[in-house]
Structure formats: C-alpha cells, structure tokens
Write a protein of this length. Structure first.
Length: 135
C-alpha cells in the first residue's frame, strides 16, 4: 500500500529522496512510522480507541525511536547511516517531555524511514520497523 501513494504522487521521481531536507524526510517518516505502529496494534483485535492510543504512545515517542536505532544501527547500510545522521544532526527543538539525545535520534530514525518511503523501499522499512516489535 505504501508504494501506491508514492506512485500516485510520483514521489522520488521529480525530486530524488536524497535532495529532501532532513526535516521533510522526518515529517513523512513520522507518518509512516505511526501508520506501522497503529496497524500493528490492530492485528490482534478491535480494541477501544483509547486503549489503542495508550498502546501507541508506548511505541511512538522519542525514547522508543531512539531505542529502535540502537537495535538496528549495526544493520544499516552506509547510505542509510548517512541519512540517519543528517536527520539526527538537523537543528530542531525537542518538546518539553523529550530528552534531547532521544529526540535527535528519533528525528534521525524518522528521516531514515521517510527516505526509504520516498525511495519506494517498503520491504526495507518493514525490515527495520520489525525490530520495534520483535524486541
């Protein structure tokens, strides 16, 4: 399904994914990441929305995304690591409830997911995000 959106809007064709700003990559990567988490939470049952939201918060936050990076950092290619670092090193301001280091790592992960999304590499996104739920 993710490929359907990128094809519909010709994302990655007019502007190569490497030319998007890190925060733009993080912007779309955050959406893809959250869609993955929400879809994962629906796999077992039709729970009340409030319960789903509380469960999602545990996985969609700066600390969880920072932890995900720690799990996958040795599995990233040089290209993926470079995209992660571009996102991590961008000048952004964390919300009050986030640790600066975790927030920067989360921005890096979101940028990487956004980059892969714009490249149309859904398989690689799933490969990385499975580490979020597989421990």
């Amino acid at each position: 399904m993710l490929d359907t959106f990128t094809k519909e809007f010709q994302l990655g064709e007019k502007v190569p994914p490497s030319q998007y700003s890190p925060l733009t990559l993080a912007y779309i990567g955050d959406c893809v990441y959250e869609l993955f988490v929400r879809t994962y939470l629906l796999k077992d049952a039709n729970f009340p929305v409030q319960k789903l939201h509380k469960s999602a918060i545990q996985l969609v936050n700066a600390k969880a995304q920072s932890d995900l990076y720690q799990k996958v950092k040795d599995k990233l290619s040089e290209e993926e690591t470079a995209v992660y670092k571009r996102g991590r090193n961008t000048n952004s301001h964390p919300p009050k409830n986030a640790n600066l280091i975790d927030y920067k790592a989360a921005t890096g992960m979101e940028a990487l997911i956004g980059y892969l999304y714009l490249k149309g590499d859904s398989d690689r996104i799933l490969e990385i995000l499975r580490h979020l739920i597989d421990g």
